[in-house]
Design a protein around this ligand. Structure first.
Ligand SMILES: CC(C)(COP(=O)(O)OP(=O)(O)OC[C@H]1O[C@@H](n2cnc3c(N)ncnc32)[C@H](O)[C@@H]1OP(=O)(O)O)[C@@H](O)C(=O)NCCC(=O)NCCS
Length: 198
């Protein structure tokens, strides 16, 4: 697991994000924005990036935020996100994603836990434990910054591979929201003591 974030590494994360999650709001805003996004989150105190390298190549990463409710708004004022808004007029999925983001203003009312926003592993490196190592690293990070849990949103389908992945890591379903017309589960990971850190 690495914590060195030079621009080359951040660009690799951006590239991996674009190829694995092409329908995410960030990807829909374009490759240049995705690169800006990673440079932005690498420089804040409230966002935490983790990644795994094989040689010089990034093969997986995650992004945790302590401030999920404000991230979109902070991006609006610190990147050229606002200049990209017209793109939404020609891209219905992007328009829907932006409207949902504006309407949702976060998923937890009490807003006391960090959110794991993204976790991904290059397709060629999956099913070898990289994802679980990233998740364990994230859990340790959450503990070290003083929280006793964090949450993630995922498809509300226990048979979905990603849902299973979180279940194996002892995430527990605590609620649901509708996102993109689909029900999404909110899964929460409690960190009870240091033995939970994997
Ligand atoms: C979800 C994701 C991060 C998991 O990454 P991963 O590296 O494949 O995760 P792991 O290898 O730790 O575990 C995946 C599976 O491989 C199995 N596995 C792990 N090591 C293994 C090994 N050495 N041999 C055989 N199987 C193994 C695990 O048991 C697990 O099985 P399961 O699907 O039945 O639960 C990855 O599938 C991904 O990037 N998906 C697309 C992005 C995405 O949807 N992200 C979530 C929303 S942002």
């Amino acid at each position: 697991m690495s914590s060195a974030f030079d621009d080359g590494v951040l660009d690799q994360l951006a590239e991996l994000h674009l190829s694995i999650l092409p329908d995410s709001l960030i990807s829909l805003l374009g490759a240049r924005f995705v690169r800006q996004f990673y440079r932005y989150v690498a420089g804040t105190r409230t966002e935490h990036l983790g990644l795994e390298l094989q040689g010089d190549h990034v093969i997986g990463g995650y992004l945790l935020t302590e401030a999920p409710n404000t991230l979109f708004w902070r991006l609006l004022f610190t990147t050229d996100l606002v200049l990209r808004a017209p793109l939404a007029l020609v891209s219905p999925p992007l328009l829907r994603a932006i409207v949902e983001k504006v309407k949702s203003k976060g998923t937890r009312q009490d807003n006391t836990l960090p959110e794991l926003l993204l976790i991904y592993v290059a397709e060629s490196h999956r099913k070898k434990g990289v994802g679980m190592r990233l998740l364990n690293d994230c859990t340790a990070r959450v503990r070290s910054i003083g929280y006793f849990g964090y949450y993630v949103r995922t498809y509300d389908d226990p048979n979905d591979a990603t849902h299973r992945f979180y279940n194996r890591a002892t995430f527990v379903r605590t609620g649901t929201i509708v996102h993109g017309g689909r029900p999404m589960a909110i899964l929460e990971k409690q960190i009870l003591d240091s033995t939970e850190l994997g």
